[in-house]
Design a protein around this ligand. Structure first.
Ligand code: ZN
Length: 134
């Protein structure tokens, strides 16, 4: 498996409109685009930093995974995403190594990426996302 870089940090916020102020007004990052991924009940906002990004995540429903995360742990870093060269290959390799996966197959994430999550039980409690972008 080839990990190319940290693609983005996923940060759970109650509201992107309010939450992004620190990142844009104070840190001077640019809010490049937002996208709602209905299957995940989440709206994402991407703010590039060099060739990585901060991804702000706001739940579209009280039942969504981000709303549940905030209920349990409060706002904060929810996942770390590594960009891989080939996500199918990476998942096959992890499976072979006995790593517990949330997604056995890649699915569509924001920005046209293919993504898959590893189980935090296998990663010292860190929710790790693999992501492949063309
Ligand atoms: Zn992400």
């Amino acid at each position: 498996m080839k990990i190319l870089k940290i693609d983005h940090l996923g940060i759970a916020v109650k509201s992107i409109d309010q939450g992004k102020n620190f990142w844009t007004e104070i840190l001077g990052l640019t809010h490049e685009f937002s996208e709602t991924v209905e299957e995940q009940k989440v709206t994402t906002a991407f703010l590039p930093i060099g060739n990585s990004e901060v991804e702000l995540l706001e739940s579209t429903s009280p039942e969504g995974p981000i709303a549940k995360y905030i209920d349990k742990k409060g706002e904060g870093i929810q996942h770390v995403a590594f960009r891989v060269e080939n996500i199918e290959e990476a998942l096959a390799e992890l499976k072979e190594k006995g790593v517990k996966l949330i997604d056995e197959k890649p699915r569509k994430g924001a920005g046209g990426a293919l993504i898959a999550f590893l189980h935090p039980k296998a990663t010292n409690g860190v929710l790790v996302e693999l992501c492949e972008r063309k």
